[in-house]
Design a protein around this ligand. Structure first.
Ligand code: HEC
Ligand code: HEC
Ligand code: HEC
Ligand code: HEC
Length: 128
């Protein structure tokens, strides 16, 4: 094997290995903070401290049956796509999946006088 080819091959192997690690690291680590702003034209987006919540709650609390990062997918894969699933474009607390999930938990904890997250609009909708 000539030297140039060997160097090229090594570089290629390193590149592939590196790409592999990156994919693995991403798949193995749920996001720390997520800005949910699909509706930013109507309402300021929401900065969601994902990691903070995973320290207290299991993945299934929010991702239905998903237990691992590989199984946990964006809510928008289903919500807003199929008519019989709660639609994120609904504003109400009873119909918007995020309001049902996020606001209900925060309000329930507030009623129980426990540590909780925001219950006011601007507490969540503050991502500039
Ligand atoms: C308090 C609710 C909550 C908990 C608990 C939670 N997640 Fe999430 N997670 C979310 C929300 C909301 C999103 C944003 C989804 C979106 O943008 O559609 C998200 C996004 C993700 C994403 C990125 C999906 C994508 O493609 O954008 C991954 C991966 C993920 N979560 C994994 C996990 C794992 C693993 C756990 C358990 C260790 C977990 N989550 C616990 C609510 C939660
Ligand atoms: C694979 C598709 C899928 C994904 C991904 C998904 N959902 Fe759902 N979700 C559903 C279906 C289907 C229903 C309706 C279930 C029913 O009617 O009982 C539902 C219902 C809900 C409800 C209403 C439950 C109730 O008690 O009324 C909430 C809240 C919700 N989802 C939040 C979320 C959030 C937040 C995410 C992302 C972290 C998410 N979902 C991701 C399919 C999905
Ligand atoms: C606990 C957090 C939280 C609170 C409190 C909250 N929201 Fe939201 N809301 C969300 C999240 C998350 C979304 C999804 C944001 C997106 O997709 O851009 C959302 C979406 C919306 C949307 C966009 C719907 C669409 O058209 O897609 C409107 C409008 C809205 N909220 C209004 C309100 C109002 C008004 C209040 C106060 C009465 C409020 N929200 C309180 C979390 C919250
Ligand atoms: C099952 C209960 C539960 C659900 C579901 C939940 N939260 Fe929370 N959230 C909490 C608790 C408890 C805290 C307070 C954590 C603390 O301060 O230690 C909190 C804190 C927060 C904070 C404040 C963080 C800070 O550092 O000040 C924000 C913002 C927030 N939540 C947004 C959301 C959004 C957006 C969703 C939905 C995508 C959501 N939460 C879903 C329980 C929940």
């Amino acid at each position: 094997m000539n030297r140039k080819l060997a160097v090229t091959l090594i570089a290629l192997v390193v590149a592939v290995a590196f790409a592999g690690t990156m994919t693995f690291a991403f798949a193995g680590t749920p996001p720390e903070t997520i800005v949910i702003d699909k509706a930013k034209d109507k309402k300021l987006g929401v900065t969601f401290p994902h990691k903070e919540h995973t320290e207290t709650y299991s993945c299934e609390t929010c991702h239905h049956t998903a237990k691992t990062p590989e199984e946990a997918v964006s809510c928008f894969v289903c919500h807003g796509v199929k008519p019989d699933i709660p639609d994120p474009s609904q504003m109400s607390s009873k119909k918007n999946p995020f309001h049902i999930l996020c606001k209900t938990c925060h309000s329930d904890l507030k009623k129980q006088k426990k540590d909780t997250g925001p219950t006011k609009c601007s507490g969540c909708h503050n991502a500039e």
